[in-house]
Design a protein around this ligand. Structure first.
Ligand code: IMP
Ligand code: MG
Length: 178
């Protein structure tokens, strides 16, 4: 697996430090409140697991499954939200937790979908943001790192369902996905 890596963009140490800062910021912003965190599967699973352990507020954790990529490294532009929402959102302070904000197509669809269920407030937290790739005008309220315009894997992010278990974020050698 490590032979497929081109460069490590965000090391394990740097990621953990930044996640603690994000958790502290969320603790301050929502002081005295309780939260509903909605993780976007599958990419969020490691980020959310680490971030949640820095959140000291009462917290409900739910998941939605969104997919738009299939086995390619280019977005299909179509977002599937499997199974819909089978939990209460109405009146709650919600943060959607994503792995990466790329074209913005996934988060725009998800945010609209969650907003229809009338949360008290709705914010977005993404570990990585690739602003150069944006096709829809969406910005995250909390961002871990701005990411260069490269396909990246690790720390939850996959290529064809592989590499999610790398503890860092890395780019792949071009021959892997060409
Ligand atoms: P968007 O809809 O184009 O913003 O894409 C969002 C989704 O595409 C993310 O939740 C990821 O699952 C996937 N994605 C986008 N860029 C990358 C990448 O560089 N590596 C792995 N997955 C990515
Ligand atoms: Mg994702």
């Amino acid at each position: 697996m490590k032979n497929d890596i081109k460069d490590i963009l965000f090391s394990e140490e740097v990621i953990q430090e930044r996640i603690k800062e994000l958790g502290d910021q969320i603790n301050r912003d929502y002081a005295g409140k309780s939260l509903l965190l909605i993780g976007v599967l599958k990419g969020c699973f490691i980020f959310l697991a680490d971030l949640a352990r820095h959140i000291e507020l009462e917290c409900e954790i739910r998941f939605l499954t969104a997919s738009s990529y299939g086995f390619s490294s280019v977005s299909s532009g179509k977002v599937n939200i499997d199974g819909g929402i089978d939990f209460d959102v109405k009146g709650k302070d919600v943060i959607i937790i994503e792995d990466i904000l790329d074209s913005g197509i996934t988060l725009t669809a998800l945010r609209a979908f969650v907003a229809k269920h009338k949360p008290a407030s709705l914010k977005v937290c993404t570990m990585l943001d690739k602003p150069e790739r944006r096709q829809l005008p969406i910005t995250a309220d909390y961002t871990g790192f701005e990411c260069p315009n490269e396909f990246v894997v690790g720390y939850g992010l996959d290529y064809a369902e592989r590499y999610r278990n790398l503890p860092y974020v890395a780019s792949l050698k071009p021959e892997i996905y060409s």
